[in-house]
Design a protein around this ligand. Structure first.
Ligand SMILES: *[C@@H]1O[C@H](CO)[C@@H](O)[C@H](O)[C@H]1NC(C)=O
Ligand SMILES: *[C@@H]1O[C@H](CO)[C@@H](O)[C@H](O)[C@H]1NC(C)=O
Ligand SMILES: *[C@@H]1O[C@H](CO)[C@@H](O)[C@H](O)[C@H]1NC(C)=O
Length: 337
């Protein structure tokens, strides 16, 4: 409809211009460009419709029209202003995009390998503004086959999910593109990737208010929130290319060298504006994790993230050199080709 109106207005404008015919040659060539592009843009919108209808791929976006009238504020910066919790993550407004650096998966023989030249996704977490957090907030959306913890601090038992892997939900929505990306960059250790994805969704997304089932309105399609969350995780992950940010400053995996913690922190701060949490194992000497903290303006799925310093002190040694290990070559694969 909007396109039809636009076409009509464009044609009317062209006719008007031609009739008045007082145009400078340069304006006429600009007009020619307009005429060339108009059919192309109309054509692409027609193609868009065609690709959606035959395959029947349902939308997975939330229904947040009510947010239009809400005051806009960064999460954790004015919680009294947030009335509609579908519009801003609350109380979990300290949003963490977390990543791993691992050297193996344990399932290499099944083809579960790490992406060359990239850290891997851990998840997207809703911490409370003070750094504490909730977990497994909606057991009607419990898709984690191995809940951790199996019993919540208040004694609630989290029953293990016995149904199909959460990847089947993504397939039901026809999102093979999303699944393909997840299988490249969201890698589990010692168990199938989909177990990990189910864990992250049920432990964290169910505590993120902007993914509440109610935010999808009366036409909610079962598990559209799962797909919407996975899309949001991927979008957030793209904001923090840890491997590239470090490599750009000369920090590359090495089994021979160590790096000072402060150097790694300063590099990441210089690129993201804030100090992320860096996690180390082996008495704080082997780098394995990074958590990027942010406040979000708007929803977690579509909003603007503002990076803020970690509220958790690094578990890496500030005095010993940090090892950023090279991966076992057979544990990696090229995924960018
Ligand atoms: C917080 O939001 C409320 C409601 O929109 C507003 O009245 C108040 O001025 C805001 N406070 C700050 C510090 O921005
Ligand atoms: C950590 O350090 C302690 C004391 O130096 C040592 O006994 C222990 O084996 C170390 N642990 C690891 C995992 O390296
Ligand atoms: C680097 O060291 C780690 C830990 O010892 C090992 O797993 C990995 O295979 C090594 N990588 C290379 C390329 O030697």
């Amino acid at each position: 409809m909007a396109h039809d109106t636009a076409t009509f207005l464009l044609c009317a404008f062209v006719v008007f211009v031609i009739l008045s015919s007082k145009m400078a040659p340069r304006s006429l060539s600009a007009l020619a460009v307009l005429l060339l592009f108009a059919p192309a843009s109309l054509g692409s919108s027609a193609v868009g419709l065609k690709t959606h209808k035959p395959f029947g791929i349902p939308n997975t976006f939330s229904s947040i029209a009510a947010c239009v009238d809400e005051p806009l504020t960064f999460s954790c910066e004015n919680t009294t202003a947030i009335r509609n919790t579908c519009c801003s993550p609350t109380p979990g407004g300290l949003v963490l995009q977390t990543q791993f650096w691992s050297t193996y998966t344990g399932l290499e023989r099944k083809g579960q390998k790490l992406p060359k030249g990239s850290w891997t996704i851990h998840g997207l977490w809703p911490d409370n503004c003070d750094g504490s957090f909730e977990q497994y907030c909606d057991l009607s959306r419990q898709f984690d086959p191995t809940p951790g913890p199996p019993v919540l601090p208040d004694g609630t038992v989290v029953p293990p999910w016995k149904g199909p892997g959460i990847d089947t939900f993504v397939k039901e929505f026809g999102r093979h593109d999303l699944l393909d990306f997840m299988n490249k960059y969201w890698i589990n250790q010692g168990a199938p990737n989909s177990d990990f994805w189910g864990h992250e969704f049920s432990k964290h997304a169910t505590c993120t208010s902007t993914f509440d089932v109610a935010c999808y309105g009366p036409s909610y399609k079962k598990n559209q929130d799962v797909v919407n969350y996975f899309d949001a995780v991927i979008r957030a992950f793209h904001r923090y290319p840890t491997f590239d940010m470090l490599a750009a400053a000369g920090i590359v995996p090495s089994n021979k060298t160590t790096y000072p913690l402060s150097q790694i922190q300063n590099i990441l701060k210089s690129q993201t504006g804030a100090i992320p949490f860096l996690g180390c194992t082996t008495n704080g000497t082997v780098l394995t994790e990074v958590w990027y903290f942010s406040h979000v303006l708007g929803t977690e799925q579509y909003g603007a993230y503002k990076n803020v310093d970690s509220t958790t002190p690094s578990s890496c040694s500030a005095t010993q050199g940090i090892r950023y290990l090279e991966r076992t070559p057979s544990s990696e694969r090229e995924v960018r080709a």
